[in-house]
Design a protein around this ligand. Structure first.
Ligand code: ADP
Length: 167
């Protein structure tokens, strides 16, 4: 959280003319629209936890049926757990496709907290205004998401990107 995924994702998608599939943006849209998924995701997101794998996988599965994905896409903030990575591989296999590269941005924890609190001043995201929630998101990242890189390392797909300095 706060590493700059969304910012880099936008630049990459523009350059390669592919859609940006941000599970966070999709969940926030579901909350705004008051869908069943939104209702289920809201409290988890507000507390800084991860939304359940089943809900996320269902969301991505549906999104991938849309025609704009035929030439590839960039997942932003997904997969966030090993179970999501495994489910994604299965899903892509059915479509004769696979992940090309896994990018992980590296930023120190203090810098993340600073950026997120700063973003909270204008983002309108309640999960960016409370330092306890920000710390919970980082704890979730350390316990469930950081190891997703290991999953892709076995296929030699990981590129680590320094996330501090200029955009
Ligand atoms: P950030 O990375 O700054 O936290 P995101 O928009 O990527 O912003 O995610 C916001 C929140 O949405 C997460 O804290 C989590 O609750 C939920 N979320 C987004 N993507 C996933 C995912 N792939 N799996 C589980 N939860 C997710």
């Amino acid at each position: 959280p706060g590493a700059g995924k969304g910012t880099q994702a936008q630049l990459i998608c523009k350059r390669y003319d592919i859609p940006q599939i941000s599970t966070g943006d999709m969940l926030r849209a579901a909350i705004r629209e008051g869908t069943e998924l939104g209702l289920k995701a809201k409290s988890v997101m507000e507390s800084g936890g991860l939304v359940s794998d089943d809900l996320i996988i269902g969301l991505v599965k549906e999104r991938l049926t849309q025609p704009d994905c035929v030439n590839g896409c960039l997942f932003d903030g997904f997969p966030r757990t090993k179970a999501q990575a495994e489910a994604l591989d299965k899903l892509l296999k059915l479509k004769n496709a696979e992940i090309g590269v896994f990018l992980a941005m590296q930023v120190s924890e203090e810098e993340l907290v600073k950026r997120l609190l700063n973003r909270g001043l204008t983002s309108g995201r309640s999960d960016d205004t409370n330092e306890m929630v920000i710390r919970s998101r980082i704890t979730e990242y350390n316990s469930k998401t950081s190891s997703v890189a290991d999953y892709y390392k076995q296929y030699n797909k990981v590129v680590m990107v320094p996330g501090e300095g200029c955009i």
